[in-house]
Design a protein around this ligand. Structure first.
Ligand code: ADP
Length: 736
């Protein structure tokens, strides 16, 4: 129970009542529950309330109100109307739509929508006000304070700063009774963004795209545009122009900019602040709860007009949302895979439709789903030609590891090492990209050959040298690296196989002892502030060689970076699923796109064992269109997305026999519908996670099928035993 609700215990309202309130609770329950509205409470749809659930009081939202017909069974009354902003009707509609689409309980997305509403409020602040009493003497410094205090009640230090005087002057005026302290609720103050401030001088291609976006927004109503331009073409400047147009057209308009990684939010926040003269609201999991509450309340109150955030920002209670930008729209990080499963890009389009807002999907390597919508004319397609200014795309070449392998026990091949040496000599920077955290992805015993695995999960433990531990990347389980093999008892027999970023860092340090080498991965960078510091250090030239996972390989501008080395270009292709080639292409195009973003030409070297692979060839030729055409043709033949639809079902259980019986019954219960094929049940590739065995179904459907409705019907036909869990994943991105 939240603190607000617990304080209300005991203050029961009068039980005279005439209306029934449906209240949705932010928890996994099948529907909203009915409560009686106490007389005089005056509820409205969207109100946040406290309501009894069993012995507890819980926080919920009113979704409907109706007159009570006589003869109904008595209902429990709503306990209290909370002093909190109302959820706008569109936000509620969006929450309910999202739940239906995902075949999940509506309380799940509601819990995301209320995340900030339930956080503790920021502490009240003390401000100084003029009392009306005249000062005993009036010096120039004191006059400045009185003038500043007349404009706005400010905290003592802020008032001193605004008046340009020392805090002593302010304190003396308080002591004299000229100023008095007032304690106020810390209302979120978000300065109004100023869309009339000048933006960058756009080049012709940018100006054309910005013009088209402004025209789209002027039409008003729901519209989607794909902003398609190579890395460094200046897409951010273009969508900021669109944001300016939306803000200027309507003084209440709100804009949401979604980014796939927390590490990217800082740079965009800085650019938004510069462009509009006011910082936007920031929303992601690293934002502390009171700050989230500030943003949530201000968004609901229309006082925060621009939000820059990660995927869950999509559930904020915007009353006047007019534009959503999804930057790096192709990025798989927009897919939330745990708890409530959703894809923020797809839901952004849905939310915009409900709001009657515009959407800009920006990418250098758009997803096939979005490209298909652009090709068929559902989305407008705006293409930027080339990089901004004199910057050129990097020259991309392949290093065939079969011909020029690295030395024994090393991971960087001679041509890459040579290029790094030249780059370092010129005082320029290198980015080594390897999408693998830790030191080594696999540890095995050279005496008995056994691999070190997690105790309750089908995964190999990854060695991390910084922490000296073996870690399961799926569950977070970790243990110190043992001296003795747990399988055969041999001493000092464990060897590290393969490279992770920490190992490549070690090699780079050995090769270039004078170079400043750093690692950027989620193990070394814990929060948004640390990420910002590292990115600034790189941008300011304080690092010579940065070894990074994808966390640093996307979106950033490093002016002095001229060489990108991809340590293992084939990594994403192994164990390939539906999107393996597409994802590899996108990731490598992003990573190589970091090179040569200013006046110095850049190059990228890709280490591969498969230089003939279509992905490698497309990257070298910088021929995205040919690659996309070939991928589209394959998907079309197989009826796979974007030409068909997929859903996955993961069924997991602690008891293998009960699981087996249930998945068989589930297979039997599948509705028979034209245009739907079911594959499975099969053992999931990750057959065991946290002690739970896992089985999967994959469902393929024609585009005309309402796959969510189909899955809901199927699920309603079976009742899993308590030990079995069923998770439905519409439009799956993971097949593990
Ligand atoms: P993208 O988002 O397409 O990767 P950015 O918007 O980050 O590209 O632009 C790349 C770089 O070029 C940035 O440093 C940006 O400030 C600069 N830039 C882009 N457009 C302009 C412009 N019209 N005038 C000046 N600088 C620009």
């Amino acid at each position: 129970m939240c603190a607000a609700c617990s304080r209300l215990g005991g203050q029961r309202k009068s039980l005279l009542m005439s209306r029934i309130a449906s209240i949705l609770l932010p928890m996994p329950l099948p529907e909203a529950f009915d409560y009686a509205e106490p007389d005089g409470m005056g509820l409205e749809v969207g109100d946040q309330v406290a309501a009894p659930l069993g012995p507890r009081l819980v926080h919920g939202v009113v979704t409907a109100l109706r007159e009570a017909a006589g003869g109904n069974r008595p209902l429990k009354p709503v306990e209290a109307l909370l002093d909190a902003p109302r959820l706008p009707p569109n936000t509620l509609e969006f929450v309910q739509w999202a739940a239906r689409y995902a075949v999940d309980w509506p309380g799940q997305p509601l819990a995301i929508a209320l995340r900030g509403a339930r956080a503790p409020k920021p502490r009240p602040v003390k401000v100084l006000e003029l009392t009306g009493q005249a000062p005993q003497r009036l010096t120039p410094a004191r006059s400045k304070v009185l003038q500043a205090a007349a404009v706005q009640a400010l905290a003592p230090a802020e008032l001193a700063r605004a008046a340009g005087v020392s805090t002593g002057v302010v304190k003396a005026l308080v002591d004299e009774g000229v100023l008095a302290v007032r304690v106020i609720e810390a209302q979120a103050r978000f300065d109004d963004p100023d869309p009339s401030r000048p933006g960058a001088q756009l080049n012709a291609s940018q100006a054309a795209a910005a013009g088209a976006l402004k025209a789209m927004l002027a039409e008003s109503g729901f519209n989607v545009a794909l902003l398609d331009g190579v890395t460094g073409s200046g897409k951010t400047e273009v969508y900021l122009e669109a944001a300016a147009a939306a803000l200027a057209a309507d003084p209440a308009a709100q804009v949401l900019i979604l980014l796939p990684e927390i590490a990217l939010t800082q740079a965009v926040i800085a650019r938004v602040t510069e462009r509009f003269g006011a910082p936007p609201g920031e929303w992601h999991s690293d934002v502390p709860p009171p700050a989230r509450r500030r943003v949530w309340d201000a968004v609901a109150g229309g006082r925060c007009r621009i939000v820059v955030g990660a995927r869950s920002a999509l559930f904020l209670p915007f009353p006047d949302l007019k534009l959503i930008v999804v930057d790096e729209e192709h990025d798989a990080s927009f897919k939330q895979e745990e708890g409530f499963i959703y894809h923020a890009r797809d839901l952004a389009v849905v939310r915009a439709k409900i709001e009657g807002a515009g959407v800009v999907l920006a990418s250098a390597t758009p997803s096939l789903e979005t490209l298909r919508n652009a090709e068929t004319g559902r989305y407008r397609w705006l293409r930027l030609s080339g990089r901004h200014g004199i910057a050129q795309l990097p020259q991309i070449s392949l290093i065939d590891l079969r011909e020029t392998p690295p030395e024994q026990g090393r991971w960087l091949s001679p041509p890459l090492v040579e290029a790094m040496g030249e780059t370092f000599q010129r005082g320029e920077q290198t980015l080594l990209f390897l999408n693998r955290r830790g030191y080594a992805p696999l540890v095995l015993c050279k005496a008995c050959g056994q691999r070190m695995t997690a105790p309750d999960t089908d995964s190999w433990l990854v060695e991390h040298r910084y922490s000296g531990r073996l870690v399961c990347h799926l569950t977070g389980f970790s243990m110190p690296k043992p001296r003795i093999c747990p399988h055969c008892g041999a001493h000092d027999s464990l060897v590290s196989i393969g490279p992770g970023v920490e190992r490549v860092e070690e090699e780079a340090r050995q090769l270039f002892p004078d170079a400043r080498v750093s690692v950027f991965s989620s193990d070394t960078i814990f929060d948004a502030r640390e990420a910002k510091r590292m990115i600034e250090a790189m941008a300011d030239g304080h690092i010579d060689i940065l070894v990074a996972t994808q966390a640093a390989a996307k979106g950033h501008n490093f002016p002095n970076l001229t060489l990108v080395g991809v340590v293992d270009a084939d990594l994403g292709l192994r164990g390939g699923d539906l999107r393996a080639a597409e994802r590899t292409y996108q990731l490598l195009a992003q990573a190589t796109g970091r090179a040569g973003r200013r006046d110095r030409p850049g190059r990228a070297l890709l280490q591969t064992y498969a230089p003939e692979h279509a992905v490698m060839q497309a990257l070298v030729a910088q021929d995205r269109d040919a690659f996309v055409a070939a991928e589209m043709a394959e998907r079309e033949m197989a009826g796979l997305p974007p030409f068909g639809r997929l859903a996955a079902v993961v069924v997991s259980g602690l008891d293998p026999a009960a699981l087996e019986t249930f998945v068989r019954a589930m297979a039997q219960a599948a509705p028979n519908t034209d245009g739907v094929a079911i594959y499975g049940p099969a053992d999931a590739p990750l057959g065991l996670i946290r002690g739970r065995r896992r089985k999967r179904f994959l469902v393929r459907a024609d585009r005309t099928v309402d796959l969510s409705a189909y899955m809901a019907t199927w699920r309603a036909r079976v009742k899993p035993p308590a030990s079995v869990r069923v998770a439905i994943d519409i439009d799956p991105y993971s097949f593990l």
